[in-house]
Design a protein around this ligand. Sequence first.
Ligand code: ZN
Length: 439
Amino acid sequence: MRVVFSPKPRGECPGASSCGHSPRQHEEATMPDHRRLGRELDLFDSDPLMGAGLPYWLPDGAAVRHTLEEYIRGVERRAGYQHVYSPVLGKRELYEISGHWSHYSEDMFPPMDLGGEQVVLRPSLCPHHALIYRSRSHSYRELPLRIAELGTMYRSELSGVLGGLTRVRAIQLNDAHIFCTLDQVADEARAALDLIRAAYAALGIEPVRYRLSLPGEGGKYVVDPAMWQRAAAVLTEVLDQAGVPYESVAGEAAFYGPKIDVQIADSAGREATLSTVQVDFYQPERFDLHYVGPDGAKHRPVMVHRSVIGSVERAVAHLVEKHGGAFPAWLAPTQVVVLPISDAELPPAAALVERCLDQGLRARVVGPEHGSLGARIRVARLVPYQAVVGAKETAADQVAVRLRDGRRLDPLPSGEFLARVRALVDAHGTDLWDDQTQE
Ligand SMILES: [Zn+2]
């Protein structure tokens, strides 16, 4: 059964004259802030009793998140990644070995005492993947070995800075680790950058800049100058060959290695890292990882850490602001809304929704009980495809389609409409309609 959440009024204020807010406050209330839109569009919310920085996802938000996760998994499968699951907890010792405990503990939740040992909510997935790699012996023929997981990690942010989906304490990370030889690092980093660029095209995201993040002053970086130089040289080569403008910034590296960060900006112009590619010589050493080379001897692999869309929370927050809730059709919580002109067309409208669902599309009927056709089109204004069904269309098994951007298509057979929407959704593009094949 579909859970229905009643729509809330748009904006925070009932009206400019009565609410007592300044023009500035009104301006802020109409900015595409993901927290406001997330609540208005019933995507996600939070409850003080669940805790700050621990949002929950409502059905429409969950549909967007699920679709995004499935897209990423598909892209990764086709790029030769293998998916794993690993636990969100680990023994404190695990993070002592990985270096997180000494370099990152201020961002970690305090350990829990459990039967004489201490376990910790994980601050990253890398140590688990290193252990998964180490659990089997590997020949050079298996490399590069790409292990991916959409897994949760935790960050003990202070409650004062928490909010929406961008400052959270539990993070769903689109993570992967590539175990490879030194010779393979550049190709793997380059391929990861290509995945990022393809995903941005599908999602309609534009990076504000690429950043080569290098170590800075202070003790938070592991000490091995030769290692840092070698890793930075690889990433520099990758960026130069990719032909993207970038800047080098000291003090933004991971504690174990330099990285390429793909930066995005929110509606207020605040910059954040969404995607990343990192080269790591450190953790393979710490976990004593190896592979058997052609010479029959043991060799040390390199770890490439990469994330295509970063955390699901940050990615969705950005998409909500970027598109103002009008997601690309393949990602929209409702892709097709069916609008019967009168009660007489309710049965054919329900049948059309069934056919959409059979095609794997997300669809629903908004019937005359919700008001005039014009009013219902306004309510469904963010739905990419609005199929109007009247007596004439029913008799001919056709639909009169209105696109979200206001374009009206000539009535077309229902089957053709479904097939074309399905094809557009499968293409993972940002176009609402393919005009090339329309005539
Ligand atoms: Zn990692």
